[in-house]
Design a protein around this ligand. Structure first.
Ligand code: OOG
Ligand code: NI
Length: 465
């Protein structure tokens, strides 16, 4: 009998569960946060029947409990290259390019995540993956030293890479191989309480940038947070102190709205953890390192380029207004008055992406009458319904805010802002997917399918033209 093949969605789910279990043991506050999110989601669903129905229609209810993202920071081009190969086994592709140097963080990044609808529905696990930009370290001797230290480490077990090669040659793994890969790959993401450098070297790296020390001083790219998805981030933010967790002051992203857009995020401060540093004379000395934190997020509808442009403009104007942390929230809400908060407006003004479906009434009516020929007429006749397509990606300004709040806010540095997407993609060994194209495709596919269901394939063709 041939061995059972593992499918990518199953491997991803196994992996994200293993990761969550590991992180819960390593950072107990993450477990507490998960419980809080769980309780809040249950309560929100109980109170908002419409939200529940919409999530149910889009198969989002099922994925809610498994949904989370994590983040890692890599030090070398080949680490990123191999990370792409490993995530490919789990059906995760690089989507988007994020340049964080503009926000004073010397990294650029992509998000590995599933891209097709069926896979997203099963488990949308994402990993925000940054690559350190050594070219932004000005001190030449420090840069050379960082390169030398990074050059020596091997963040993947040999067996991990062997299994990935098997996958690439065979086109699949057996279930047993997949389980082994999950175990082996998990090792890369583990926390190491011993540094590979001396306390003095750590301090030098740290003085250049805390993030440089975080990447360079350890054996591997420890997962630095895992983020569950909540349906009501304000409620979770408010509930944190009662469970002994201190959240950062601001929620990143758009304000609270009736129609959530993009992504809202908040985190609790990184923990100061004991580390043993390896001195030149082989002695070990005690110190600390601050890297791992907790975060939660609330996801809303994906925006079209037009919607995104409006979002970026309103956010920038809020930030430029220079409100104090206390007033920031009301300033933000005030400025976002200019962003329609109504599904019908968001759709008709082309600000957001939607998933269309044929209604039973529409299907029935179209059996005897020719349907109206414009999309808007089909919608207003009630023949088509539309639901928001959830935003699956990240926001650079928010990411920078999360980075900053966990690096200690005093360290604001500005790098000459030239992003280097080409270098990133060379290291990655592939181009990143364009997230806008993915959302547009999902919308188009749903519309085409809905129109076919209304018994109007030629209308579908016309709508697509
Ligand atoms: C990643 C920060 C970005 C998010 O949710 O925007 C991120 C990091 O700190 O390594 O995870
Ligand atoms: Ni995050």
């Amino acid at each position: 009998m041939p061995a059972l093949r593992a499918d990518a969605d199953e491997i991803r789910t196994l992996f994200s569960r293993a990761m969550s279990d590991m992180y819960r043991v390593e950072v107990p506050q993450y477990g507490t946060l998960m419980e809080l999110v769980d309780d809040t989601n249950r309560e929100t669903l109980r109170q908002h029947e419409q939200l529940r129905a919409s999530l149910e229609r889009n198969d989002e209810l099922e994925r809610l409990n498994v949904e989370r993202h994590g983040a890692i920071r890599l030090g070398r081009a080949d680490e990123l290259f191999n990370m792409r190969r490993i995530f490919a086994v789990m059906g995760m592709r690089p989507v988007g390019y994020y340049d964080l140097s503009v926000a004073g963080v010397p990294v650029h990044a992509t998000a590995f995540r599933p891209i097709d609808d069926a896979a997203l529905r099963r488990n949308p696990f994402r990993v925000f993956t940054s690559l350190l930009r050594l070219d932004l370290i000005e001190d030449e001797s420090l840069r050379a030293q960082a390169e030398r230290i990074l050059g020596k480490r091997r963040i993947f077990t040999p067996r991990t890479l062997e299994l990935v090669s098997i996958f690439e040659t065979e086109g699949h793994l057996t279930v047993a191989q997949a389980e082994e890969l999950v175990r082996e790959a998990l090792d890369t993401f583990r926390w190491h309480s011993e540094a590979t450098v001396s306390l003095e070297d750590y301090k030098r790296l740290h003085d250049a940038h805390r993030l440089i020390a975080d990447v360079v001083s350890f054996k591997g790219p420890h997962i630095n947070h895992l983020t569950p998805r909540t349906l009501d981030i304000d409620a979770v933010q408010a509930g944190m102190p009662q469970r002994g967790i201190a959240p950062k002051a601001l929620i990143e992203g758009p304000p609270r709205r009736d129609c959530p857009i993009l992504l809202r995020q908040t985190s609790f401060k990184a923990l100061e953890e004991p580390i043993l540093f390896r001195q030149a004379n082989a002695a070990k000395v005690a110190g600390t390192h601050t890297a791992r934190f907790g975060e939660i997020e609330q996801r809303g509808v994906a925006l079209t380029p037009k919607g995104r442009e409006l979002y970026d403009r309103l956010l920038a104007s809020t930030r430029q207004a220079g409100a104090t942390a206390r007033d920031y929230g009301s300033e933000l809400t005030e400025r976002f008055q200019a962003f329609p908060d109504d599904w019908s407006e968001l759709r008709s003004q082309g600000l957001a992406f939607f998933r269309y479906s044929a209604t039973p009434a529409g299907i029935e009516a179209c059996k005897s009458h020719a349907p109206p020929s414009s999309l808007d007429d089909l919608v207003s006749a009630g023949f088509l319904r539309y639901d928001p397509i959830v935003y699956e990606d990240f926001l650079p300004v928010s990411a920078a805010g999360i980075f900053q709040s966990n690096l200690g806010t005093d360290q604001q540095q500005n790098y000459a802002a030239h992003s280097n997407r080409a270098a990133f993609e060379t290291a990655l060994g592939a181009e990143v997917h364009d997230e806008i194209k993915l959302y547009a495709q999902t919308e188009r596919d749903s519309l085409e399918q809905a129109l076919v269901q209304l018994g109007s394939p030629h209308l579908a063709r016309r709508a697509m033209a």
